[in-house]
Design a protein around this ligand. Sequence first.
Ligand SMILES: Cc1cc2nc3c(=O)[nH]c(=O)nc-3n(C[C@H](O)[C@H](O)[C@H](O)COP(=O)(O)O)c2cc1C
Length: 225
Amino acid sequence: MTLDTPMSAELTPEAIKAMRRSYGDAGLHEAEFGSDPMAGFKKWLADAAANPVVVEANAMVLSTVNGDQPSSRTVLLKDVSEEGFSFFTNYNSHKGYELSSNPHVSLLFPWYPLERQVIVKGIATKVTRQESDEYFVTRPWGSQIGAWASEQSSDLQSREVLEERYAQLALKYPEGSQVPIPPHWGGFIVAPVTIEFWQGRYSRLHDRIIFTHSNNGWSLRRLNP
Ligand SMILES: Cc1cc2nc3c(=O)[nH]c(=O)nc-3n(C[C@H](O)[C@H](O)[C@H](O)COP(=O)(O)O)c2cc1C
């Protein structure tokens, strides 16, 4: 495969080692979230979404485990409620298969311009068919066709094969028609077990507050940075 876009000059090993920035004074106090980390999460998500420098504030790195091999990739958060964090994908993708045999996941929200990070660990289950249907109809037509066209994660002979499949499906379901939801497409919801809030501080003395869920509700601890 050839790349026809110009490449940036490569960074030297020294330049990579020298990459660092100082974090600010905005502290994170135990009282800030009370006993409700979900409300705290929604507040931080809103802060990220309101910051013009943050692109894709709802992007999160989803890590799954296949045997002893972890895998990570970005997905978009599409709902957050008391039940958990939802995203949509192809159930036949690598992540889909991994989640069917091991539902333990990590979600990481990297809000670097705010010097913040949230890490959620929890258990993923499929959302109901109705919830997937309801979200699918709100997607742009092109994305609906794309969900049919892409056999996500499987080998693709060429870009042309994918575009040809898309064109055929666009004829089958013309713009303006109702595109049915593919049977292999839908949502997962991650029920949180722990939620860690990280706020960058001076001299690498960052704040880390971790909430753990149990039958008694949420409890909180502070961790060394
Ligand atoms: C910003 C961004 C958002 C993405 N959102 C999604 C998403 O919501 N759902 C999804 O299936 N893939 C999404 N992707 C693509 C995934 O990162 C990944 O390439 C794809 O889901 C296949 O992953 P898998 O082979 O590990 O299953 C997104 C990628 C980026 C960079």
